[in-house]
Design a protein around this ligand. Sequence first.
Ligand SMILES: C[S@@+](CC[C@H](N)C(=O)[O-])C[C@H]1O[C@@H](n2cnc3c(N)ncnc32)[C@H](O)[C@@H]1O
Length: 347
Amino acid sequence: MKLTHISDTLLDEASSPALLREALDAFSDLCSAASGIVPDRSFDAWAGDSLLDNGVAINPQAAAHCVTDYQRSVIYIRGAYAAIKAARERFNGPIQILYPGCGPFATLLLPLLEKFHPDELEVHLLDIHQQSLESVSALIQIVGLDGYRITYVQDDACHYQHPTRPHVIIVETMQKSLEQEPQFAVTANLAPQLHERGIFIPQKIEVELCLADLDSETAAFKQGATLDPDMLTKTGKRHPLDTVLSLTPQRAAALLQNAQQDDTTGAITLNPVYVTIPPLAKLENFDAVLFTRVQAFEQYQLLDYESEITLPLRCSELAPLRAGTSYRVSFRLGSYPKFCIDQGEDE
Ligand SMILES: C[S@@+](CC[C@H](N)C(=O)[O-])C[C@H]1O[C@@H](n2cnc3c(N)ncnc32)[C@H](O)[C@@H]1O
């Protein structure tokens, strides 16, 4: 399958899930053949990863594997296309796009380049792994996109300062519940550098702590049921406790400025959220679960269970659930970002 056909299939809202999978597999094969990088979820786990001060940058083989988180790739690619078109209407001259964490295949942007004239774009690809940048550069030559203005920067996106204010920034350096990878720190560093009328993708990441019957929900999802959070809540099958993090480009830097150092552990955490377990009937049937939702751009969203980055995460720290017990939930920054949950009440 040629890149043009792959792009058309991915952007066509009428494409079936099977066609979308086929197109992404073809994209992965094409990139792999051109660059020599073979996608592998667990390639050289840890050894090939870069353990940065703000999170783990996964190795190029594992990053390549992200293509096959199918719904994620489709939603981000469509969102990025809509965002670049919106930016074209907002700004005169070429659209400056910064894509940190591009990985070896620049998956969220490469399929879109052909949709624009080379004069319409200035693309800056950044990754901590030089091998990924070399891979994208080779790919660009092989698929004949070398007429586009593309620069390659090897740097840490959590500290990088871009010389101009980009019109569009695309960042996907995350896993479910924002654990392990540095999405938060990348957003906090780069969002303030965006042009004031620019577009940051994703526009929002929300993590909500709920009580839910995780096994039943997962089984229902696997059988094709639609799991609408509002409906689950209305029917008493889910009980939202609180939104424990709402990360938007506008708020990221302020969240970081208000972060606190924990007296005992020394860890830097965002302002905590306090929750109390409600006195539900059959509390033993529920689990405490973190649900992640991502709004890439406008209507292009990833909801519960729809992708690997929005899979639910069971919080064993709250088990067994006891009505009336209060917990402090805080997002801990540092080399392994994650939510930390311990017993405690608002002071
Ligand atoms: C989850 S992969 C995503 C790859 C690609 N953007 C995609 O969506 O398929 C994350 C990529 O971000 C890179 N990365 C993670 N943290 C980074 C950082 N702080 N600075 C630069 N690159 C980073 C990793 O090396 C990896 O290539």
